[in-house]
Structures are given as C-alpha cells and as structure tokens.
Design a binder for this molecule. Sequence first.
Ligand code: FES
Ligand SMILES: [Fe+2]
Length: 337
Amino acid sequence: MLVTRQKVLRRFWYATLPLSALADGPRAFTLLGEPLVLWQDGDGRPVAMRDRCCHRTAQLSRGFYNDGRLACGYHGWAYDRTGRCVSIPQQPDSAIPSGARVASYACEARYGYAWVALEDPLQPIPDVPEAAMPGFRRIEQFDERWDCGALRMMENSFDNAHFSYVHRNTFGQYDQPKPSKYELWPTDWGFESESIVPINNPPHALRITGDPNPVTTRHLRNRWFMPFSRTFHATYPSGIQHVIFNCATPIDDGSIQLVQLLFRNDTEADCPAQALIDWDRAIVDEDRAILEATDPDAAVDTRRRVEFHMDSDRPGLLMRRKLMELLEQHGETEAHR
Ligand code: FES
Ligand SMILES: [Fe+2]
C-alpha cells in the first residue's frame, strides 16, 4: 500500500514527536508526505501547521518562539495556533490581511507525544488503559525514522513466525520454528488477539521477565488499532506485564516514525528502566534490520501482488482485509503497481 495515495489515511490520529522535543523551538515533521511544523504554544499545547510561511514561503520549522507564538525566521511574522498571522513587525500600525494564514491541523497531546490528524479523524486516539492504571510506570523507549512501509511494520508485529529467525539472538527459539497459534477477534477498527509463545530467557533477561528459568512463556493479548498502531501486551508467569505501545507513523510511502512506549507493573528497583530500554533496543534493532530489507509497498489487495502466505500470516491477512474494506468504503482502492 502506498500510503500517500490513500486519502482516507489522513483521517486518523498519528503520534509524531515527543512533547519534550518541542520545548525549545519548532520542529519539522513529515506526515503522509505532508511537510509540517510542530510547535508548542504559550500554554504548552502542541500545534501542527503546514511548514510554509505565507509571506515568502520560508519553512516555519526554522523559526522561533515569540511570546507563545511561532515566529518565522525570515522576517518575523508570527502565527497563533490556528495558523492565523497575528503580527507583521514591519507594519505594526496596519491591519493584518485576513488571508495571511497557513493551514493548521488537529493536534493533541497524549502519552507524552504530539498526535496529529490531517483531516477530520474517524476514530479517537487509541486507548491504552495501562497509561492511567495505578501500579504501572511509563518508559519512553524509541522514536526514530525507519526506512520501511507502515503496513510492513504492523504485519510484522503480529507475526509469530519471525521470532525463531529475526530474534534468534535475543528471545527466539531457533530450533522451534513452528509458531504458536493466534486467536483473532475482529473489532470495528482493528482486532484483538491472543497467543501463548514460548521464548528463550537468557541470563540478562531474567529481571525483564521476572522468571529464573532458561525458557519462559509470553501470554500475549495484542491489539491492532487501524491503521498503524498496536499494543503488545505480554504477561510472564511471574505476573510481570510488559506492555508496549507502538506506532508506525507513516512519514511517506517508504518510511515511518517508529514510536515505542513501555508500560510495566513493576518498579525501578525490580528492573531499571535502562535495562528495559537496552533489552527492547536489541529486539527492535533486529526487527528494523529485516524490515528495512523488505519492499515498503505491502499490498492490501493480495490479488494485486504476489506474496505467498502461510497459516501464521492470518493476522496480517486480516489486517489487509480490514484495510481493503476501509479503502472501499471511502471510495478508494489501492493504486496498482
Ligand atoms: S518569509 Fe516568513 S516572514 Fe517573510
Ligand atoms: Fe520482531
């Protein structure tokens, strides 16, 4: 799927940059091929606007904050959060033309990130109950650009068959290639799933899993939120819950912003945040290496491109079917290639 050709994808919320990245000045971000400037107003609320000044087209992401507004670095015109120009320093006594504005987009703060929808969103921002549950801590893990398609990342995150190969140096069992079965329950805007996966538990993973044995299990109850977010909810026999929230935010057809947050029902004394970051860093780097080796154009309509599927690809195929329905419902289909 070439994401920039599917207009309906503009009608979802996407996690972009952490709010902390906007503290000192505006930042550029590309969403579905659309160049944006992200910034923070005087109340600390994130703002998303088109990254072009309406005076002489300078990128506003190269501007600066001035009294809670975004000022262009070229001649200092300043904008409010609606995109309206509210100050032209060279003409303080003249009225500002009503057309002096840039496009602004829906933008909200959630889970420590600025979320953006380019057009009227069809669904709310995905709900992650653990974010508000007492007893859970939040650890910001990763936000970085990957050169892979958003759907490739999503299908991989429900693929039990890659563990034995891609993750053979971390938790995967190379000698057990037959993947665990997935139970799947479609929802209106995604699906829920359940699977019990045996994994290797090397010495440096013991405090991650809370299990002293060399092999343990993950009871996975994962959810897909259409189009490109998911929760990975693993419960270990120790009772530790390791809940990852991921977004494969589509930058353009061939790249994503990987956003990864972790929620855990233990404490820093049980397992330091840095140890959890290091463990998951090794795993996501393994995924990244293989995903960047795939063709980013994952077909939604599987009749259009030949990819051979096996039984363990059922979650990915359900994902495609539901995306195909969405595209058809909104009068769009996948572009041919
Ligand atoms: S180009 Fe932005 S103020 Fe002139
Ligand atoms: Fe993986």
